[in-house]
Design a protein around this ligand. Structure first.
Ligand code: SAM
Length: 249
């Protein structure tokens, strides 16, 4: 929760911009926030990844854990400060994990985090989800970031092209029901608040500007993934805060 409060503070640090963004509806780039927002986001999500990613989420996918143990080519798209990238690099030393994000200051942090952890099976790239370099990936994942993208359909279509035919895509998104009424509980309200000041403006500031929002729900996310060409979307598992979708085809 300390990371959560750090993110709240980041919004007060630039309150005038937040108010103007809300009034104008024009969007606000992710990189426009104070650094406290990026650290707070990493600190808020990291404990969930540490608790679940290696022990629960990856084992819940069809055949992925065995590939990662044997040595696979993996991409962690929109990796932010790279906590998930480093966790996978440590757990699967024979795999190479490519951490990709369009926000250069975050990639600088991610490189430092990987160096501090002593992992060498990572490669980082400053690039957008719609045009990152690389092909023949066995496994691609996105943690709490698809809804921040302006063109999530374009991003998912690019991921599909970059995957091997037998590859799979794990999409982790905030847990949400398909109707707004399902989300009007304390956690959903927190997500809606951050979505209004950070996630939706970040999407609107990019090309296409779909503005999915942090409470899109599985039905809407499935539409996006189907539009990108993926035919199978399955909820592999969930936690009290996240849904984990296995996307193939
Ligand atoms: C909420 S943060 C999540 C970061 C990280 N995955 C985590 O869970 O801590 C969203 C991330 O998406 C990145 N992002 C947003 N739109 C992007 C795009 N079109 N291409 C690549 N990265 C993008 C931002 O730079 C930011 O690091």
């Amino acid at each position: 929760m300390q990371g959560f409060f750090q993110s709240v503070i980041s919004q007060f640090e630039t309150q005038a911009e937040a108010v103007e963004t809300f009034r104008s509806g024009k969007g606000r780039p992710w990189g426009d926030h104070s650094t406290c927002c990026f650290c707070g986001t990493d600190r808020f999500f990291r404990p969930g990844y540490e608790a679940c990613l290696i022990d629960q989420w990856i084992p819940a996918l069809d055949g992925v854990e065995a590939k990662l143990k044997a040595g696979a080519k993996v991409a962690d798209i929109a990796c932010g400060h790279g906590s998930s990238t480093v966790l996978m690099a440590k757990a699967y030393p024979d795999s190479t994990i490519h951490g990709i994000d369009f926000h250069e200051p975050s990639i600088i942090e991610a490189r430092a985090k990987a160096a501090a952890a002593g992992v060498t099976n990572v490669e980082f790239q400053v690039a957008s989800a719609q045009d990152f370099r690389g092909e023949d990936f066995d496994f691609v994942c996105i943690f709490d970031a698809l809804h921040d993208m302006g063109d999530p359909v374009g991003a998912a279509a690019h991921i599909r092209k970059a995957l091997r035919p037998d590859g799979s895509f794990m999409l982790v998104e905030p847990l949400a029901g398909d109707n707004m009424a399902d989300n009007l509980h304390p956690l959903g309200q927190i997500f809606y608040a951050f979505s209004t000041t950070i996630c939706t403006p970040a999407s609107l500031a990019q090309d296409v500007g779909l503005g999915l929002g942090a409470q899109a729900g599985q039905k809407r996310l499935t539409e996006v993934l189907n539009q990108a060409g993926f035919s199978n979307v399955r909820r592999a598992t969930e936690t009290p805060t996240n849904m984990v979708l296995e996307v193939t085809g």
